[in-house]
Structure formats: C-alpha cells, structure tokens
Design a protein around this ligand. Structure first.
Ligand SMILES: [Zn+2]
Ligand SMILES: [Zn+2]
Length: 176
C-alpha cells in the first residue's frame, strides 16, 4: 500500500473489484464494509477516516452503489481560519454505468474496477462548500492587524479614541 509522507494511504483501497458481480447479472447484491484510516482520496481531498457500509446492486445499466459513509476531515473556520475537525455523513446513491457509461456520471472500467474515489471526492467537496465556524460566536480576525480576536484583543481594539474620530470631533467643534 502506498503511503504519503503525511501518513495518508493512497486511494487504491477505493477501487473495488466488482467483476464477479458484473458476471452474476442483474439483481445480485453484494455488501462491502469500508473502514479506512487516513486516506488521500484525491490531490485536494484528504480524509482522517472513511467508514460505513455500501450495498452494491447489479442492475441492467451497471452497478447501483447505496449506503451511508462517515468521513472525518480537517477544514478551517471561515471567520478566523483556525483548523476544525469535521465529521460528515455521506448519503450515497449512485449508479455506475457498465459496460457503457450511459447517462451516468461515473462508470466501471473494462477490467471490472469500480473506483469510488471520484464519487467520494465530489461528495466531500460539496460538504466543504458549507462554510462553518469554529464556534457560534467566533470573533474572527482583526481587519487591521489580522490578530485572532478569539485569543484576546489586539491594540487596534483599544478603547482609546480612534485618532480619525478625534479629528472629526475637532472639526465638528470648530464648526459650532
Ligand atoms: Zn473561528
Ligand atoms: Zn488589530
């Protein structure tokens, strides 16, 4: 098994050999349990784990993959950019076309290999689009100095009068 320098395993484990199921013909079902540790699903998707049960059903058009997977990954708070550990539940229901892709987004290779990696990748990218906060009242970063305001206030947030405000006040006083 290929290991990346960060300890993530390669995505070969997501390539399922379904040749036997294709040979068995429509109506046949095979269940497969995934319990995968840190894995690099794709260049842009690393997971801390991926587990769950998938049911593969041979249909006339190919193989229908159904099930629920749990995936853990690291993302960042959209306000303060601190790392956050997330766990998401992926509801999988996807037809992998065979022997022709047909209308399917995914298909099974001629050698009978069903590669889950592109599907898992797109599911995770959808999850990542939901921006989340490290906590509901995350204070974010100071727009002036970039300080993480959850870890204390920066000098920009001092209560002393802002020099620009002081100037305005002086102008206003003059006009009276
Ligand atoms: Zn935050
Ligand atoms: Zn600041």
């Amino acid at each position: 098994m290929k290991h990346y320098s960060n300890g993530y395993i390669g995505n070969r484990v997501l390539k399922l050999n379904v040749g036997f199921l294709l040979a068995n013909g429509p109506g046949n079902i095979h269940e497969t349990a995934l319990d995968i540790p840190t894995i690099r699903v794709a260049e842009d998707v690393d997971l801390d784990y991926l587990k769950g049960l998938l049911r593969l059903t041979r249909t006339k058009e190919g193989i229908l993959v159904q099930g629920e997977l749990q995936a853990g990954f690291e993302t960042e708070c959209y306000r303060c950019l601190d790392p956050i550990q997330r766990e998401v539940s992926l509801q999988i229901e996807e037809l992998f076309g065979y022997p022709e892709p047909g209308d399917c987004e995914f298909s099974i290779a001629e050698d009978g290999i069903l590669d889950l990696a592109p599907l898992i990748r797109s599911e995770i990218l959808i999850e990542e689009e939901h921006s989340i906060l490290c906590k509901p009242d995350c204070k974010g970063l100071c727009a002036e100095c970039g300080e993480n305001l959850n870890r204390g206030s920066c000098s920009c947030a001092d209560d002393t009068i802002d020099p620009r405000m002081a100037k305005l006040k002086a102008l206003r006083d003059q006009m009276r």
